[in-house]
Design a protein around this ligand. Structure first.
Ligand code: ZN
Length: 89
């Protein structure tokens, strides 16, 4: 499947980094096509314009961003933790 959101938008799920795949699969809102759950279900049929659709999309993206930020902290390439590679930038 091709990802339609986030950092790896437009890329095949299989081609994304392993840590990203594992993280995605752990998210309640992300399920592979056959077992969709609430957030993704709400996106079905979204014409790209309704406010509700946009809000759902934003929620997914914000959640993803905060998780990616955490990952950056964990592997030490963030700018928010003392000792991170980009600390102070
Ligand atoms: Zn940090």
């Amino acid at each position: 499947m091709e990802l339609r959101f986030g950092k790896y938008k437009g890329q095949r799920f299989d081609n994304t980094p392993k840590w990203y795949q594992e993280w995605l699969l752990k998210q309640d809102w992300f399920k592979m096509p056959k077992q969709q759950k609430p957030l993704h279900k709400q996106l079905n049929g979204w014409d790209g314009q309704s406010r509700k659709g946009q809000a759902v999309y934003d929620a997914i993206f914000e959640q993803e961003k905060s998780e990616l930020q955490k990952h950056d902290c964990i592997i030490g390439i963030c700018s928010c933790c003392e000792g991170g590679m980009y600390y102070g930038n």
